[in-house]
Design a protein around this ligand. Structure first.
Ligand SMILES: O=P(O)(O)OC[C@H]1O[C@](O)(CO)[C@@H](O)[C@@H]1O
Length: 447
């Protein structure tokens, strides 16, 4: 089960303008949420609407081909995953939470030379599979890493390098697809109507995760539950409800949306969420072309660790945050705290378990925030496993889609990142970018 405890949203009751009076707000917004739901499901069949991610959890043929490929990779101990943004963050988060029983995944999602060189020094090319992932098939960071990895493989393996590369890209766009065809490389498809940050349940995420030994079928089963709830009426539609909570918070001035899982295993989940919300909702124009400049600022935190770093700000700083906690109800393993002579002052801990302490800290922090009129809600997972994380990630994607409707923006484009990319091309002398290069020179911009 995945449930949401909204009770601390009513932190608003105490203050005049902060937060929301949740049950009343939900009831009042029900017609709007249901209209948003109908609009999304209606558009889900239209490839131009970029809602293909809605259908990924049902794609059992893709699941099987990914599993078959992973099973056939004998002798692969390490996987070099070359991708950035949506082509890395989902698999990275889920591998950190659930990986460990299969190959080790190493993500190259930056172009800083020292870490890349150090990683290649550590890996054995004969036991490493390179999975290059790019929806557009053009992203400079990913392509640069690929050029280096190809050279590294070729030097060590000669013509056998081809057995150690698998490509994940758009069926047509970009340079990777023709390159894979030219060299007879295995290549998986990212459906054209699935954007990068919504692609974790396509081969973008499923392939590396299957190689890492993660229960990818379980992920999809959980993701299907999120989809089923996204069809429900407002009273049972969890993604619509959390979207509403986020939207109302924004409207009332809580413009920072914190995601704070109480779990080290989920420490990378907020990084995935940050891209999902930031690129989807941070928009200058609404769908009718009016200037709006909307978008909650997503902020990453991890409990209990950040209680000792950020919670001071969350509780006493500006009234500008909505904090979302993620907790789980069952631990897979637990450790009991033994009594120790000479440390009697810690007697309240003796006989308790680490998980009991973690749970107490999460509940205490949520209440401490509410008590200071800081609205928050808690997503409760039964446990941290593939099923519940599949559900959670798809839930958050649905939440984002609902928010797109509420803000009336296109949640599936990212025009704001393009100019920086083009300036980079200009600085590197890419043909066709001469005018931009001249503009940069006039402004004194140098690499
Ligand atoms: O998968 P690609 O096309 O290499 O893109 C990587 C990332 O770059 C962006 O286009 C811009 O940051 C993201 O939307 C995307 O996830």
């Amino acid at each position: 089960m995945l449930q949401v405890d909204f009770s601390n949203l009513d932190a608003s009751r105490i203050g005049p303008d902060q937060g929301v009076e949740w049950s009343r707000e939900l009831e009042a917004a029900a017609p709007r949420l249901e209209a948003a739901r109908d609009a999304l499901w209606e558009r889900a069949g239209d490839p131009a609407a970029m809602l293909g991610w809605v259908h990924l959890p049902e794609a059992t043929d893709v699941l099987r081909s990914v599993q078959r490929f992973a099973l056939a990779q004998e002798g692969v101990r390490d996987v070099l995953v070359l991708g950035i943004g949506g082509s890395a963050l989902g698999a990275k988060a889920l591998d950190a939470a659930l990986g460990g029983s299969g190959a080790r995944l190493h993500f190259v999602d930056n172009v800083e030379p020292e870490p890349v060189a150090a990683l290649l020094d550590r890996l054995d090319p004969a036991a490493t599979l390179v999975n290059v992932i790019s929806k557009s098939g053009t992203t400079a960071e990913t392509m640069a890493a690929f050029l280096i990895a190809l050279d590294w493989l070729r030097r060590a393996l000669g013509p056998r390098w081809k057995d150690r590369v698998v490509v994940t890209t758009d069926p047509e766009r970009g340079v990777l697809r023709p390159y894979a065809e030219r060299h007879g490389l295995v290549a998986f498809e990212i459906p054209p109507d699935v954007g990068g940050r919504f692609s974790v349940f396509s081969p973008v995420g499923l392939l590396p995760l299957a190689l890492a030994g993660v229960d990818v079928a379980g992920l999809l089963a959980g993701a299907r539950m999120a989809g089923a709830l996204a069809r429900a009426d407002a009273a049972g539609n969890l993604p619509a409800q959390t979207a509403l909570a986020q939207y109302l918070a924004w409207r009332k001035g809580q413009r920072i949306s914190v995601l704070m899982p109480y779990s080290t295993r989920l420490a990378l989940l907020p990084a995935w969420f940050v891209q999902l919300h930031a690129e989807s909702l941070g928009k200058a124009y609404d769908r009718s072309g009016s200037r709006v400049h909307v978008g909650p600022t997503p902020l990453a935190a991890v409990g209990a660790t950040d209680q000792h770093a950020q919670v001071q700000l969350f509780r006493e700083g500006p009234f500008d945050k909505l904090v979302v906690f993620v907790r789980h109800q069952q631990a897979d393993r637990d450790l009991t705290l033994p009594a120790e002579e000479g440390l009697e002052e810690l007697g309240y801990l003796f006989g308790k378990s680490l998980f009991q302490l973690l749970r107490a800290e999460a509940a205490a922090t949520a209440h401490a925030l509410a008590e200071a009129r800081r609205p928050n809600y808690t997503i409760v997972l039964e446990q941290i496993d593939a099923y519940h994380l599949g559900w959670l990630l798809q839930h958050l994607m649905w939440q984002t889609a609902f928010l797109g409707e509420l803000f009336d923006v296109n949640a599936f484009d990212q025009p704001g990142v393009e100019l920086g990319k083009r300036y980079t091309y200009a600085l590197l002398g890419r043909p066709g970018y001469e005018e931009l290069a001249a503009e940069l020179a006039r402004a004194g911009v140098e690499p």
